[in-house]
Ligand binder design. Structure first.
Ligand code: RFL
Length: 388
């Protein structure tokens, strides 16, 4: 078995295959240091923790992760908090930085004797429509090579070799550009709220998310096409305080911005998630805008479904799980996409001609008001927000 990519999808899959005694190798384009320090997600759903627990992969997140169950909305009409951990299915998030999860998964995999080749870029997946697919690779020193296996798992993200190797027409590509961009910031400062903060403002959305007691993630909506370095640190803090209404609700803990990047909110889904002997999981299968914090959670879920199906096929000769892999995952993917799209419309009003724009603003206000006042709406929100 060849697994492309050592992100959450590839590493969960690698660990589970190893647990079942299935021979596999992970090919990773980046260095180990890069993989272990790439900061992205932080909010892990309860189901993700259950999956990791089932396979003994959750020790680090239980030790160092923080349980989280509240979010606060701030708008011109005031602020309100939702204790989503006490609504819906009464489930909590675990806040644990993705790079720490990846480090735990990698350490566990390598300690158990798992094979991984860093700085080995998959160039193409060949012969995927046969029972002997191959992966061509280029190593850091320029050497090229080829790996053969019964199956290939494409866990190498949206720009990886798995997607690029799909022949035209082999899968359908559903896409949506939401026309919204965020400046994503990691800041060396403790969280300023006990909750996730969502500020809806005429100048654009601002978000606050805890990561660790020393590091906080913030998002600031910006005009599409804005370069990541366009705003000075002072401008960033002024803008965050204004949109988060710090004067009314209390100042933010300021600190040095240690990482910044533009996140264009877009989503896509490939359908089906299989082409012959090649299976797609994680961001390679579907990219979901980070508005609802689902990407890493879907990656872990799909990796478990794929590992079970591969074990059935390779150890017991039962192909049914692999035949249903795509349909099973797509049910979860579309539900998460639907909620993420709902969140985008809750937090941003699309710009447009005057009347249309004010129409969207009023719809958004009404949506937030339903969330503030309707218990059934709150339960629905909680179930989707923390679930996958
Ligand atoms: P990853 O993590 O991108 O890993 C893919 C790996 O493949 C390697 N690779 C290759 N290796 C070999 N050959 C090639 N040709 C290769 N091309 C690529 C890469 O180096 C990499 O190591 O994909 P995976 O495993 O599918 O995991 C997906 C998640 O990383 C992603 O969905 C989440 O980070 C999304 N996301 C969030 N998800 C959540 O569940 N909760 C969150 O709170 C959350 N916050 C976020 C996020 C994503 C963000 N960005 C950067 C878009 C916050 C942000 C800002």
């Amino acid at each position: 078995m060849v697994v492309l990519g050592a992100g959450p999808a590839g590493l969960v899959l690698g660990n589970l295959l190893l647990e079942s005694g299935i021979d596999c190798v992970i090919l990773e384009r980046a260095s180990r240091a890069h993989v272990e320090t790439r900061a992205r997600a932080g909010f892990l759903a309860a189901n993700t923790v259950r999956i990791l627990d089932r396979h003994g992969l959750a020790e680090g997140l239980h030790r160092r992760g923080q349980k989280h169950g509240a979010c606060e909305f701030r708008t011109d009409d005031g602020r309100f908090s939702l204790d989503y951990g006490r609504l819906g299915r009464e489930e909590l998030h675990t806040v644990y930085p993705q790079q720490e999860l990846v480090t735990d998964l990698l350490t566990r995999y390598m300690d158990a004797g798992g094979r991984i080749r860093f700085e080995t870029k998959a160039v193409a997946v060949l012969d995927a429509d046969t029972a002997q697919p191959a992966v061509t690779v280029r190593e850091a020193d320029g050497r090229t090579g080829r790996w053969r296996a019964r199956y290939v798992a494409g866990c190498d993200g949206r720009h990886g070799a798995a997607r690029a190797s799909l022949p035209p027409g082999a899968v359908r590509h559903h896409r949506r550009d939401h026309g919204v961009s965020w400046l994503g910031l990691l800041v060396e400062a403790p969280p300023s709220l006990d909750a996730v903060g969502y500020a809806v403002h005429d100048r654009g959305f601002a978000g606050h998310m805890a990561r660790t007691p020393e590091i906080t993630r913030y998002y600031l909506q910006c005009a599409p096409g804005t370069p990541a370095d366009a705003w000075s640190q002072d401008r960033i803090w002024d803008e965050l305080e204004l949109r988060m209404r710090a004067r009314q609700y209390g100042p933010l803990h300021r600190g040095r911005v240690v990482q910044r990047g533009i996140v264009d909110l877009d989503s896509d889904v490939l359908e089906p998630l299989r082409h012959g002997s090649l299976f797609l999981a994680g961001d390679a299968a579907s990219v979901i805008s980070p508005s609802a914090a689902k990407g890493a959670n879907l990656a872990v879920l799909e990796a478990e479904i794929l590992a079970d199906a591969l074990a059935d096929d390779l150890l017991r000769g039962e192909a049914e799980g692999l035949d249903h892999y795509s349909a099973r995952c797509l049910t979860y993917i579309w539900r998460a996409q639907e909620f993420s799209q709902w969140m985008i419309r809750l937090l941003h009003a699309p710009s447009g001609p005057d009347g249309e724009s004010s129409f969207h603003h009023s719809l958004r206000r009404s949506r937030i008001e339903s969330l503030r006042t309707s218990r059934s709406q709150q339960d629905w929100f909680a179930e989707n927000y923390v679930g996958v």
